[in-house]
Design a protein around this ligand. Structure first.
Ligand SMILES: NC(=O)c1ccc[n+]([C@@H]2O[C@H](COP(=O)([O-])OP(=O)(O)OC[C@H]3O[C@@H](n4cnc5c(N)ncnc54)[C@H](O)[C@@H]3O)[C@@H](O)[C@H]2O)c1
Length: 328
């Protein structure tokens, strides 16, 4: 029933391409909708149908959903640089909130029954560590605000459209597919592990740490890192689940363990001994410490992580970086 035509907004991006790879393997008919603003041709799966388009092009979106008999959507397309979101609020509102609203409106009078939304742990804001789905929602960056606003719009429209939704709140996503074909290309998001992988190819690697006086065990920010392949698996399981139980879900997606930036760099140092560390000012909107309570996802999806190993995540990211560097 759920294995029908599926639309992936942002499917030419980092996480989207990993979800597409799994969907193709699972014999879905996949349609990617992406404007390539931070997506890359290199990440477009050859077995999927690619439509170059913008979320804000309502007519095109509507046509794509209708003409291709789309029954499920995974909505990833968004801007995600926290620092930039503070300075360019209108740009983020239009793309992330306006884009989500447009997508939902384009689903009116369609066959869409299931929608998965890529939300973020940042919707919880400043927490003291572990957070469950029932935690208070207090976004501390503008990016996080756009994610929370999108969640609310989805919840409202799910009633109007009579669809099941799953809001997946990702923690920090890292690593690359075992296939060696896809990984993170875009470097503008300023993600720690991507930055470490880029530096790993340099003779004299340098790493910047934003802030060293947070209220954490060693003063640096604590995050929960999940391998992108585990996250992609979660999407397949979630899609199956919401279509079988005919209900909506909100799930945290992480490993349930926090690592500080310094701890990650300590693991990295075993791979790159000569790395130099420089401390910079705190980034506005950054949370001190957050990691997920994953009892819900384990219980509801019967999910077990397969790649829960920081060293392996780092190695897979570095190997991917080598591969794209060789292709230049
Ligand atoms: N990477 C993480 O650690 C992380 C953590 C939490 C949540 N998320 C969420 O996951 C989603 C995917 O993130 P990613 O890391 O793969 O980033 P990404 O930049 O690689 O992917 C985003 C994709 O969306 C496309 N896009 C953006 N605006 C668009 C628009 N208006 N119309 C059409 N396409 C558009 C981009 O071209 C890109 O391919 C985002 O919604 C992000 O907020 C990511």
């Amino acid at each position: 029933m759920f294995k029908k035509n599926i639309l992936i907004t942002g499917g030419a991006g980092y996480i989207g391409s990993h979800i597409v790879e799994k969907l193709v393997k699972n014999k879905f008919k996949v349609f990617i909708y992406d404007n390539l603003v931070t997506g890359h041709k290199l990440l477009i799966n050859k077995k999927a149908n690619f439509i170059e388009g913008d979320l804000n092009d309502f007519k095109k979106l509507k046509r794509v959903i209708k003409n291709n008999n789309i029954t499920s959507i995974v909505h990833l397309a968004a801007y995600l640089n926290i620092k930039e979101s503070e300075k360019k609020r209108k740009k983020y509102y239009k793309n992330n909130v306006g884009g989500t609203l447009n997508l939902l409106k384009a689903c009116i009078d369609s066959k869409v029954k299931n929608l998965i939304f890529s939300s973020s742990c940042s919707v919880y804001g400043n927490v003291k560590g572990s957070v469950s789905e029932r935690g208070k929602l207090r976004p501390s960056s503008y990016y996080a605000f756009t994610k929370l606003k999108s969640e609310k719009i989805i919840q409202k429209y799910s009633k109007i459209l009579d669809i099941n939704y799953a809001i997946l709140r990702y923690f920090n996503v890292a690593g690359a597919s075992n296939s060696g074909k896809i990984g993170e290309v875009e470097s503008s998001h300023d993600h720690l592990i991507k930055n470490l992988a880029i530096q790993a190819l340099k003779e004299n690697p340098k790493v910047y740490i934003y802030g060293n006086n947070y209220n954490t065990k060693d003063g640096t920010c604590v995050r929960d890192y999940i391998h992108v392949s585990d996250l992609a698996d979660i999407h397949i399981k979630t899609l199956k689940k919401i279509s079988i139980i005919n209900k909506s879900l909100i799930l945290n997606c992480g490993y349930g363990r926090g690592y500080s930036v310094k701890e990650i760099i300590d693991v990295y140092k075993k791979l790159k001994k000569n790395v130099k560390i420089k401390y910079l000012k705190k980034r506005p909107g950054d949370i001190a410490k957050i990691y997920s309570n994953i009892s819900q996802i384990k219980k509801i999806l019967n999910w077990k992580p397969k790649y829960d190993d920081l060293k392996k995540i780092l190695i897979s990211s570095i190997n991917w970086e080598k591969k794209i560097d060789n292709g230049k």
